[in-house]
Design a protein around this ligand. Sequence first.
Ligand code: SF4
Ligand code: SF4
Length: 163
Amino acid sequence: MVKHRFMKNRDIYHRPALSTSFWRTTPLDRMTHGQWESLCDGCGRCCLQKFRDGKTGKVTYTWVSCYLLDTRACRCTDYGNRTTLVPDCLVMTPEQIPCLRWLPKTCAYRRLSEGKDLDAWHHLVSGDPESVHRAGISVRGKAISEVYVHPEDVDFYAIGYQI
Ligand code: SF4
Ligand code: SF4
């Protein structure tokens, strides 16, 4: 298996005033920066290390997270400098979303690009940023930072189901 680690950007700090249910009426590529950033549910799933099989293209997630992820808060601890500190942290654009098949099925960006609505546990629906954790969607209590895992042992933390 050819290993390839890839990650993406997340910013759940930016919480601007937003019009109600804007995601149902505004295409991803027409959203304001604030709307776009607010879509992130703070699950932290995309900050987990993943492997792509070089032959089949199948992506396998692991419970090993990027060293910049606060595994309790499920937030990037240095979002502003993430692409410098973690060169393979991808800055997503609306145009890329349909091609990023490795995004978790629960990811708000993926769901909207597939014509789905946000789930009930999404903070824009529930009004509560903790609901993603209560629903068991986030990596809180599950992820282990790569700081504590030898690179050769990451495979042992492979997640045996699709997230
Ligand atoms: S998977 Fe999607 S919703 Fe979850 S943290 Fe990453 S970008 Fe945000
Ligand atoms: S730098 Fe790491 S923790 Fe921060 S957004 Fe990128 S993958 Fe997530």
